[in-house]
Ligand binder design. Structure first.
Ligand code: PSU
Ligand code: MN
Length: 299
């Protein structure tokens, strides 16, 4: 993997010295948020991690190299560049071989981050089991099931089948923590009615659990779920309405595969006049802050 990998010197020295590092994915920048909020958010997430005293390592594929930690120009390329692909784990070898530029999903970010020794990851919402009859299960789930990292998120994206996603995590032994909450958040909403396996109210408590997992030799992720800040939450009635409309839009336009998640997120943002976008940015920023505090505690 070495000759296909470029680690930013700041990240390399932080890892060598056991200083805190938080990894960030890039699909949310390239495909999850509209312009110009995508770049603004990419920058603010890095700033938040830094303000907490940790180093942000955004991962992307640039000209076929797996890049861990991006500079400002590289972040801009991911946010504004043409033909930036969505790279899941299955696409990594193709992207490297063909010399592509691409943004990494939760799955491929986990894959790269774990192999360079990063332990803490912040994102918005993980992928999961999609609604509908065709089994469409995000590669994020199996990657979580065999990567021993702390992943901070606001649950699975609301466009998914949340009960089925919760069951999948249980089957594959991914421990779900509620960070300051007793049920799994539902991305734009603070509650889903689905259980967590444990509640943690501090970074110390999360790190204790993570260390115990390592001691026991349990090799799955610790999924730390954090509800969207109350002021940015999207009301349930509005959420149900725009979600159903957006799912209908996707079916009528025959959207599937890797295009489905970005399509649904964009449709919901339009139909809610920006309310879901506001929530998405607020939860991403909050999760980056929580992840940095956890990384500090771990180092
Ligand atoms: N969370 C967000 N916005 C996003 C995603 C997550 O707030 O754009 C991305 C992540 O990169 C995640 C991906 O890995 O969507 C899942 O896509 P799929 O369902 O095609 O696996
Ligand atoms: Mn899929």
């Amino acid at each position: 993997m070495k000759h296909n990998l470029i680690i930013r010197p700041e990240i390399e020295s932080a890892l060598a010295a056991n200083r805190p590092v938080v990894v960030l994915e890039s699909t949310v920048i390239a495909h999850g948020l509209p312009r110009p909020q995508n770049l603004e958010t990419a920058r603010s997430l890095e700033r938040i991690v830094r303000d907490e005293g940790a180093s942000p390592a955004t991962i992307a594929v640039l000209e076929g190299k797996l890049c861990v930690g991006l500079d400002q120009n590289q972040i801009e390329l991911i946010g504004n560049g043409e033909n930036v692909k969505k790279i899941s784990t299955r696409d990594l070898a193709v992207a490297v071989t063909r010399g592509w530029n691409g943004a990494t999903t939760v799955a491929s970010t986990l894959w790269v981050a774990h192999r360079v020794g990063i332990q803490v990851f912040a994102t918005g919402g993980i992928g999961g089991v999609h609604r509908g009859s065709l089994p469409d299960v995000s590669a994020d789930l199996p990657e979580l099931a065999h990567t021993p990292m702390i992943v901070v998120c606001s649950g699975a994206k609301i466009v998914l089948d949340l009960p089925a996603t919760r069951e999948w995590l249980e089957t594959r032994a991914v421990t779900v923590v509620g960070y300051g909450c007793d049920e799994m958040p539902a991305f734009y909403a603070r509650q889903s009615g689905l259980p967590v396996d444990a509640r943690c109210d501090s970074p110390e408590d999360v790190v204790k659990l993570f260390r115990t997992q390592r001691d026991l030799g349990i090799e799955t992720a610790l999924l730390v779920t954090v509800p969207v800040p109350p002021a940015a939450e999207v009301p349930q009635a509005l959420l149900n309405k725009i979600l159903n409309e957006s799912l209908d839009d996707a079916e009528q336009s025959k959207i599937n595969g890797r295009d489905l998640t970005p399509f649904l997120l964009a449709r919901m943002a339009e139909r809610s006049e920006g309310a879901t976008l506001h929530a998405n940015i607020a939860l991403l920023e909050n999760n980056a802050r929580v992840a940095a505090k956890i990384a500090n505690e771990l180092s």
